[in-house]
Design a protein around this ligand. Structure first.
Ligand SMILES: NC(=O)c1ccc[n+]([C@@H]2O[C@H](COP(=O)([O-])OP(=O)(O)OC[C@H]3O[C@@H](n4cnc5c(N)ncnc54)[C@H](O)[C@@H]3O)[C@@H](O)[C@H]2O)c1
Length: 502
């Protein structure tokens, strides 16, 4: 029969530990919260009282229920009080030496049957377990922030974890109202491995000057429907933490995609760690700069559109409705748009090769419509600043958010998105996690509207494979080359990677 873990110890009552203690107390279990000293203990008590207090204020919890929950939690600075605990979860800072020392001590204090779990985001659970006399009873139980809200728990087993223990911990997570995914001990586990690769890639695009901070954030938030853009998220996670997790990933994978971007190192060294220090990629506490009003793209009367099909027709109608005269070049013959004031090349590929075929190459910019809200505007090395400004305004008049970027393969959205989807396929192909767990992990761990394999199916395997080929051809980054599994599924005519993976 699965163990039920009636008494649970939580060591470290900071951001994560206080939330984890609350989750267990809410489930009716007895909780022993341990902090380093009295001052930290009081801070931990404050976290618990404020968090449950907010639930009362929102009408989600009665005052009686709050009293009961808090009454189940005993707070102490003595680890000896953990002697009776069935399970102890560690949530102290992400420093291996601290964790090793703590686990050696817990091993001494706790009863032999007790399970010792770590909430580490990135450190090796195996290395933590190896420092105890009970490595088979040491496991990862990775909650997400804020623990009372986020539904995902990653259960991490090692090569020496006792048979059945991961299942028991997964059952425990379910009994807390969480959704567990179980995986082996690899740097970053499922969620952070996929997430940090993508966030670090956004830093690389910023550093290469392909697009600016706000444009990249808008692209991913409005274009893909993610809860926030990568730089907002990095600031929220903390740039120091993000840097460290990338370091750990890189040490294991030796994949340049995980090598922390230099801009992260620079910001961290300067003490700009994100929200918690008031400044990171963004500054907090300052009024946001006003969004400039869309000017009427004043000097423009004729708008050339290069492209065919319904997208070009819809764009031509919208341009006309906005008071401009559209002219369309549907075929390889660009003559119809030769004299237009600006030329929009509908494309998700670099457009400079079209520009050089025009009498006024400085009047052309690439336009990639993403979803219903965003249009990427790609300026080539020949595009004039006046054209870039006019197209920016025109896009706003057409009721879309312009994402200004350089004329690079896959521009911004698809460059970031497809590389991330490729990483997910690589993870699936390696056998590290199932398709269901990968999708569940990103949906519940990051609040994404869909998992990466769901997104891949929705976009189409072939489109993503072709996009990755273009990315690889442009940047020669090995991580962008389509994973063999993806290539083979396309060749074999398989349309759904989730159906294929069962
Ligand atoms: N913050 C997140 O978003 C997040 C998400 C998932 C996992 N994690 C992981 O959870 C762990 C804790 O992170 P956090 O953000 O809650 O950190 P935190 O700094 O907010 O909290 C750490 C707490 O541990 C206490 N502490 C330090 N040494 C101790 C000791 N020897 N005994 C008892 N208490 C001690 C500190 O006083 C502090 O209250 C880390 O391993 C982190 O990687 C963090």
């Amino acid at each position: 029969m699965a163990q039920t873990f009636e008494t649970v110890g939580v060591v470290g009552l900071g951001t994560m530990g206080a939330g984890i203690a609350e989750v267990f107390a809410r489930s009716g279990r007895r909780v022993i919260g341990v902090e380093a000293d009295d001052a930290a203990l009081e801070r931990g008590r404050g976290h618990l009282e404020r968090s449950t207090g907010r639930a009362v204020a929102k009408g989600k919890l009665t005052e009686d229920a709050q009293r009961e929950i808090l009454g189940r939690v005993t707070l102490t600075t003595s680890r000896a009080d953990l002697a009776d605990a069935d399970l102890v979860i560690e949530a102290i800072p992400e420093i291996m030496e601290f964790k090793r020392v703590l686990f050696a001590d817990l091993d001494r204090v706790c009863k032999p049957s007790a399970v010792l779990a770590t909430n580490t985001s990135s450190l090796s659970v195996t290395a933590i377990a190896a420092g105890t006399s009970r490595p088979g009873r040491v496991i990862g139980m990775h909650f997400f922030n804020p623990a009372p809200v986020m539904k995902l728990v990653e259960v991490i087993h090692t090569v020496v974890t006792d048979d059945g223990l991961a299942d028991d911990i997964a059952a425990l997570a379910r009994s807390l109202g969480k959704t567990p995914i179980t995986a082996g001990d690899r740097a970053g586990f499922v969620v952070n491995r996929l997430l940090l690769g993508y966030l670090n890639h956004a830093c690389a695009l910023l550093e290469a000057g392909v697009a600016g901070r706000d444009d990249i954030d808008a692209a991913m938030k409005l274009g893909v429907g993610l809860p926030m853009g990568p730089f907002t998220l990095l600031d929220l996670i903390g740039l120091d933490t993000s840097y460290e997790v990338c370091e750990v990933l890189f040490r294991e994978t030796r994949d340049r995609r995980h090598a922390p971007a230099p801009v992260l190192r620079e910001l961290v060294t300067a003490g700009l760690l994100g929200r918690k220090t008031g400044r990171g990629f963004y500054s907090y506490g300052e009024a946001a700069p006003a969004t400039p009003e869309a000017r009427q793209a004043a000097s423009v009367s004729t708008v050339g559109i290069v492209g065919g099909g319904p997208e070009a027709a819809t764009l031509a109608t919208a341009v006309e409705r906005a008071g401009f005269k559209p002219v369309v070049a549907e075929s390889a013959d660009l003559t119809p748009v030769g004299d237009a004031d600006v030329v929009l090349a509908l494309s998700d590929r670099p457009v400079v090769e079209l520009a050089v075929r025009l009498p006024h190459p400085e009047r052309l910019a690439g336009l990639h419509l993403v979803g219903d809200e965003v249009a990427e505007v790609a300026s080539t090395v020949l595009t004039s600043p006046e054209t870039t400004a006019a197209v920016h305004d025109l896009v706003q008049i057409l009721d879309r958010t312009p994402v200004m970027c350089g004329d690079r393969a896959e521009f911004v959205v698809n460059a970031l998105l497809y590389a991330y989807l490729n990483d997910a396929v690589r993870m699936l192909e390696s056998g590290y996690a199932s398709a269901g767990d990968i999708d569940t992990g990103m949906r519940l761990g990051c609040g994404y509207p869909a998992g990466p394999l769901e997104m891949l199916d929705a976009i189409g395997l072939e489109a993503v494979r072709d996009g990755l080929r273009a990315l690889y051809a442009e940047y020669r980054e090995p991580a962008f080359a389509p994973v063999p599994l993806l290539d083979q599924l396309v060749t074999a005519g398989v349309r759904s990677i989730r159906e294929y993976a069962g």
